[in-house]
Structure formats: C-alpha cells, structure tokens
Ligand binder design. Structure first.
Ligand SMILES: Cc1cc2nc3c(=O)[nH]c(=O)nc-3n(C[C@H](O)[C@H](O)[C@H](O)COP(=O)(O)OP(=O)(O)OC[C@H]3O[C@@H](n4cnc5c(N)ncnc54)[C@H](O)[C@@H]3O)c2cc1C
Length: 389
C-alpha cells in the first residue's frame, strides 16, 4: 500500500516483514502438509508459543489497543499494512489481540468491562470471538432467534449459534441475542459471555474449507449477569456493525496480500515454463491474466487506502467496507485462480500455498456477510442517494 508513513512506522513495518519472512514463512510447509493430511490449519503449540514470546519481546503486541491498556493505539493507516504483511503467508498467526472484538469492546464497553475483559484481552491473556450467526439466520442476522430474558440481576439466554470461529479457544464470546422480540435489529443486545458459564456447550466442531474449524454452540438456560450487557439493551446492532466494518477492512488487506503473492508466483512461473516451443509468458492469453490481475489489484489498493483515510478521520465507512469486501474477495479469488491455472497440474496440488489461499478466499465471500447481501445494501444506499423524482 502506498500510504505515507513516518520513519518510526516504516521501521515497525520492516520489523513485521522480517518477522513474517524469518519466523512464519519457514512454518508454512508444515501447515500446508497438515491440512493436506486432513488436520486443521494451525501452528504446533510449541511453534506458536515461541512466536508469541518473540513478538511480545519485539513489541509486536496490543498494537491497536488504547495506550491506557498498554497498547500502541496505532491507527488503521499502520494496522492495515501490518495485517497485509502478516497475510503474505497462509500460516495462521496474528499479533494479539484479535482486533475486531477489541474495537467492539472499545466503543461499547463500560469501565468495569474494560478492566475485566478488555485489559487481559488487549494483553493477549484472553481469546475471544463473536457469535451472531444461527442455523436459520446468517446473512440476515436481525432474524436471529437466540433469546435473552431478564431475571433480576441476570439474563437467561437460550438458543443456538453456528459457524462460530475460534470458539474452542475463546475465554469469552460476544453473544448477540434478542431482548425485544419482533423489533428486528432494534431488539438485539450484545452480551459478554464467559465460555465456562453453566449452560454454555460447544455441540460440535465443523470442518470447513482450508483446514478451518467453526463451531456450533448451544445455550441452555445460560445465566449471564446484567453487568455483562455490552452497551445498551436493544442497541447491540450498531457496535456489532462497527466490529464487522473493522473486519471487512482487514479482509481487504488479506486479499491484497494473497493476490500479490499469487501474481508474483504466476509471473515467475510463466517466464520459465515452455509450452508449444515458447514460454507461457509469450502467450497473449497469459499476458492478459497478468495485466487484468495487476489492474484489479491496483484498484483494490486504492479502495483500501480510501477506506483507511476515512476511518482514521472518524467517518462512517460501512458503504466503503461493503464495496471493498465484495471487490477485494472477488478480485483475489480470480487472481489466485488464474495463478493456479498457470501452474497446470502443479496448481491443483495440496503442496503449494495457492490451494489454501483459494479455499480461504472462497469462504471470505460468505463470512462477514455474503457478497450478495453486501450488493443489496450498496444498491439500497445508492438508490437512496438518487431517489425517484
Ligand atoms: C469460515 C467461516 C467463519 C465464520 N465465522 C463466524 C463467526 O465467528 N461468528 C458468526 O457469527 N458467524 C460466522 N460465520 C457465519 C457467516 O457470517 C454466515 O455464514 C454468513 O453471514 C451467511 O449466512 P448463512 O451461512 O446462514 O447463509 P444464508 O443467510 O442462508 O445465505 C445463503 C446464500 O444466500 C444468498 N443471499 C443471502 N442474502 C442475499 C441477498 N440479500 N440477495 C441475494 N442473495 C442473497 C448468498 O449467496 C448467501 O451465500 C462464519 C462463516 C464461515 C464460512
């Protein structure tokens, strides 16, 4: 990304780049092999512990957490390029904590919740994720059925969530539940739920593409203290959207990183591989793949830079985030697909990072809202700008 950075920021970005090259890239073949053998995409515990210890030592920790929690409070202008560098490899590693939940706690948490949850979370001592989707409500989360009913100083939550990432290692989840039935998005509240709460069960792990696991959760008369209502009752939707927006920006960064790497692999390969007496690079069909990939990659970078500039000055970027999510995921899916095609049978193996990129990108067109739902909201907003006369 061609963003202006200070010397200090450039040093940080260089450090991240070196961390990725020296600490993560060597782990990539092992991760790929484990997924090819049917195991989850994950680091071995020792490898992960060593990387975590090292990045804590290097200060690659709590980078966007507020300063009062020991973080560096870095803006999106720096965080997105960091995320992009980390996404150059398919090795699943992030500098703690998982930022999108942090952002939701930052906008909606009270002082007590910040102390109990945000502080240890920002320090990487706790894991967390968000539970929105349900078997009958995904793209349209306002149709969710999980119900929370007030009982004195507590809420009793009953329901079921599905496709929840990271639930098995989460210490707490942000659980969205209906508090006013029939009110749609205006009747949904966010709860901070400790995963050891009685009545909370992980019913099953679901194997997804790319070695990913999601989880189905059941809440059976699960009692959550009123002190764990995140934000206002019936007003959980807005902070949830805030969280989803941060995540959609990150997805843009991941797509750029995957597409850049796939494009590089394709360019190197086609200049080397000879078919019908000539290099693949000399064929116009292949040149057009490369040109189109580069053009779309460039357009995505500009979209990300535009979104970053707006988010850092506090604008509402829900529309930009939706457009970016659609464009970036489709762009990167196409570039990776062309790269796989250019490698022929080699591109169909489970021995290169391309198959993992491809499978992960396929899923990115579903999670954080499928492309069609985003197109619907972009169309609605666009028509609202140009109403019928
Ligand atoms: C890998 C992965 C991780 C996930 N992690 C989480 C998580 O941590 N927490 C969580 O809460 N959820 C998570 N999800 C769930 C995800 O957010 C939902 O799957 C997504 O919102 C779509 O919901 P659905 O699967 O119920 O599909 P549905 O809502 O049934 O939609 C099915 C299809 O219908 C089409 N469609 C939907 N809306 C429209 C429309 N308006 N116009 C035209 N067509 C439309 C789309 O093609 C869509 O794919 C995850 C999903 C995946 C794949």
């Amino acid at each position: 990304m061609a963003l202006d950075h200070t010397d200090e920021e450039m040093m940080l970005l260089d450090l991240v780049e070196r961390f990725v090259d020296e600490q993560l890239m060597p782990l990539e073949p092992g991760c790929i092999e484990r997924v090819a053998n049917g195991e989850p995409l994950a680091l071995l515990p020792d490898d992960e512990a060593r990387r975590l210890a090292l990045c804590k030592e290097l200060g690659l920790w709590a980078l966007d957490a507020p300063e009062e929690l020991g973080g560096a409070a870095l803006p999106a202008r720096v965080m997105l390029p960091i995320h992009e560098r980390l996404s150059r490899t398919v090795v699943p590693f992030r500098f703690p904590p998982d930022s999108p939940n942090l952002h939701m706690l930052m906008v909606a948490g009270n002082d007590d919740q910040k102390k109990r949850y945000m502080e240890p979370y920002a320090q990487g001592e706790m894991h967390s994720n968000i539970a929105i989707s349900e078997p009958q409500a995904g793209a349209d989360p306002a149709a969710m059925l999980t119900r929370a009913e007030r009982d004195g100083d507590e809420w009793i939550i009953n329901g079921r969530k599905i496709w929840i990432s990271g639930a098995a290692r989460a210490d707490f989840l942000l659980v969205m539940a209906v508090t006013t039935p029939g009110a749609g998005s205006k009747g949904i509240t966010a709860f901070i739920v400790d995963t050891d709460t009685p009545g909370f069960t992980i019913e099953r792990a679901i194997p997804m593409l790319g070695g990913i696991r999601t989880y189905e959760l059941v809440f059976d008369d699960m009692r959550v203290p009123n002190a764990n209502v995140l934000g206002e009752v019936n007003d959980g939707y807005a902070p949830m959207q805030h969280r989803l927006t941060s995540r959609r920006l990150e997805i843009g960064g991941t797509c750029i990183a995957y597409a850049e790497r796939a494009l590089q692999m394709m360019c190197e390969h086609v200049q080397d591989r000879v078919v019908f007496g000539e290099t693949l690079a000399s064929k116009q069909a292949i040149q057009w793949w490369i040109a189109d990939s580069q053009i779309n990659l460039h357009a995505t970078r500009l979209m990300v830079e535009d979104a970053i500039a707006k988010v850092d000055r506090g604008d509402d970027i829900r529309n930009e985030a939706s457009m970016l999510k659609i464009f970036a995921t489709e762009m990167a899916s196409e570039v990776v697909d062309k790269a796989m095609q250019s490698f022929g049978a080699m591109g169909m193996t489970q021995e290169m990072p391309l198959f993992l990129m491809s499978q992960r990108l396929r899923m990115s067109r579903i999670y954080e809202g499928p492309s069609e739902a985003h197109r619907m909201v972009v169309a609605r907003r666009t028509m609202a700008e140009y109403p019928t006369t």
